[in-house]
Design a binder for this molecule. Structure first.
Ligand SMILES: Cc1ncc(COP(=O)(O)O)c(C=O)c1O
Length: 477
């Protein structure tokens, strides 16, 4: 045996420090409510507290964990606080965190089936489970023409859908020759900005992403969509994809998918359905009507990392025709050739997304589903929706506040009646207080407050306190 210093952490040290880290996380979970939800540091403050040079010699692990507590925690916005009501949630859970830890522990890179068969097959299996759990069409099953894949984010899913739609519309020529400025895609004025980014990256161009007008509920107008597609065809352009949203980011609006699907069928367009947060609600049969028509989608995605207790990142993306996606994204250099791939009997997920390498993300999703069971997941989704509906009721009953949009699920858009400045002040004071964190949007040109209930441990008392604090700040006006 060489006496040379290895610098590595031994398995015994790993066990000891690992226990300490798990203890630290468990303690964090039990005291998360004691921190101001929105980090109160100023720009540059965290960096200024860090040593300017990296350590020449390794440090004891205890020092690292101490510095997380002392230097990092003050700069953390506590997304896992039950008083987090901002944006859309990014919730997590014990089983999700432990599944992620195991994924790191195994350290698998699952670009090909053969680089770790379990990484591919568990993913395929869990995504098939989710098709039935969410009441989606059987065409998304791997045993059918389609199949599912875990992407990092809804942004990547939208990009993949747009690329496949672009290739299908151009007979797979744009991959070869590039785009000629004639390809157009469609979303609504309320669609998430990731579609614009996808249009930029896919070479379609933001000007060629038509933003279709919405109705008074902020949902896409299918007749306006049909008119625009026809006008584009008349102008010699090449329409390829429509993105419909189940639960827009701004106001949780539900696009009329069935009617949009009709336009897509008539015009031969790829229909991508983005259900980033609200797709999770389909776990409960009573909410599935919100995505009626989803059976006509060519691709569909939702983020378990938003509302399904699976820590970031985890996006589930399905296509009805996996051949179109694979033909769009597949490249097989010599160094990746292997017998399993050549046999055609396996899925190689590197052909289903942008990057080559991939983590074993399905472990955390599998853990979450097995820990909660469908019953547990439904329980919490119903609870969150109920809490948001109760909050909406309080807003409706209050003479100083009003609802700014329908409340189909767990997002409440509301405002104080005295105008933008008042709402801005209320929000800033609340967020500065650290008691809760909520964010805003603009609807019909007016500043609107958004309160989204979706954090794993949010209970009635947190929502009651949020309302009380909002009313207190309003009274200070
Ligand atoms: C409707 C919708 N689509 C897409 C996204 C982008 O999500 P991601 O961060 O997974 O790309 C969001 C984020 O909030 C969203 O609300």
């Amino acid at each position: 045996m060489s006496n040379e210093k290895s610098f590595h952490m031994t398995p015994d040290e790993f066990r000891r420090h690992g226990h300490a880290v798990v203890d630290w996380i468990a303690d964090y979970q039990s005291r998360v409510e004691s921190f101001p939800v929105l980090s109160q540091v100023k720009p540059g403050e965290i960096r200024a507290s860090l040593p300017s040079d990296p350590p020449a010699k390794g440090e004891p692990f205890e020092a690292l964990l101490k510095d997380v507590e002392k230097l990092i925690l003050p700069g953390v916005t506590h997304w896992q606080s039950p008083n987090f009501f901002a944006y859309f949630p990014c919730n997590a859970s014990g089983p999700g965190i432990l599944g992620d830890l195991l994924s790191s522990g195994l350290g698998v890179q699952g670009m090909l089936w053969s680089t770790s068969p379990a990484c591919t097959e568990l993913e395929t299996h869990v995504l098939d489970w989710l098709v039935s759990m969410l009441g989606l069409s059987d065409k998304f099953l791997s045993s059918s023409t389609g199949g599912g894949v875990i992407q990092d984010t809804a942004s990547s899913a939208a990009l993949c859908a747009l690329l496949a739609a672009r290739e299908q519309a151009t007979n797979y020529l744009s991959n070869q020759k590039g785009c000629d400025g004639r390809i157009v895609a469609y979303a609504s004025t309320q669609t998430h900005s990731s579609l614009q980014k996808a249009a930029m990256i896919a070479g379609i161009g933001v000007d060629n992403l038509r933003l279709i007008e919405v109705d008074d509920k902020f949902a896409m107008r299918p007749e306006a969509l049909a008119r625009q597609v026809e006008a584009d065809r008349r102008a010699g352009l090449l329409p390829c994809l429509v993105c419909a949203t189940v639960g827009t980011t701004s106001s949780n609006a539900m696009d009329p998918i069935a009617e949009i699907a009709k336009v897509c069928q008539q015009q031969g367009l790829w229909l991508h359905v983005d259900a980033a947060m609200s797709g999770t609600a389909a776990l409960c049969p009573e909410f599935r009507h919100l995505q009626n028509g989803v059976e006509f989608a060519d691709s569909y995605n939702f983020n378990p990392h938003k509302w399904m207790f699976t820590n970031f990142d985890c996006n589930c993306f399905w296509v009805a025709d996996r051949k179109a996606l694979i033909q769009t994204l597949s490249i097989l250099p010599e160094y990746l050739r292997n017998q399993a791939t050549e046999s055609g009997a396996v899925i190689d997920y590197r052909d289903w997304h942008i990057q080559l390498g991939r983590r074993f993300r399905s472990l955390k999703l599998w853990f979450v589903i097995r820990h909660y069971g469908i019953e547990g997941l439904q329980h919490h989704i119903r609870r969150h929706v109920q809490l948001a509906q109760t909050f909406a009721h309080w807003v409706r009953e209050d003479e100083d506040f009003e609802l700014a949009a329908p409340v189909p699920l767990n997002l409440v858009c509301f405002r104080h009646k005295s105008g933008d400045a008042a709402n801005q002040t209320i929000m800033e004071r609340l967020n500065r207080s650290g008691d809760l964190f909520l964010t805003h949007t603009k609807l019909n040109g007016k500043m609107t407050l958004r309160l989204c209930v979706g954090q794993t441990h949010t209970e009635a008392r947190h929502v009651e306190r949020a309302w009380k604090r909002i009313c207190q700040e309003a009274d200070r006006q």
